[in-house]
Design a protein around this ligand. Structure first.
Ligand SMILES: [Zn+2]
Length: 85
């Protein structure tokens, strides 16, 4: 059985803090494009999250008096690439 790309479907988004769900009519073709877009956005979200986690880890090491590159105490560090030097 073929799927008609122009068939209209209901897309509904909801989160726990919305008063009501967000629902729209789309064609199956548009739904496919939307899902690809969601995938891209999810990849970006993951990259942003990892960037943030890395940044926090570096800040914690610096606050603890350690080199964020080699993690050794500052006075024992021989890194050429010292962000604060
Ligand atoms: Zn170092």
């Amino acid at each position: 059985m073929d799927i008609d790309p122009d068939e209209i479907v209901t897309v509904e988004l909801d989160t726990y803090d919305w008063e009501r769900s967000y629902s729209r009519l789309l064609t199956r073709r548009q739904l496919g494009e939307l899902l690809l877009h969601f995938d891209d956005m999810a990849d970006q979200t993951e990259a942003t999250y990892e960037e943030g986690a890395q940044h926090n880890q570096r800040a914690e090491l610096v606050a603890a008096g350690r080199c964020p590159n080699c993690r050794w105490p500052d006075y024992q560090c021989n890194c050429a690439e010292h962000p604060d030097a």
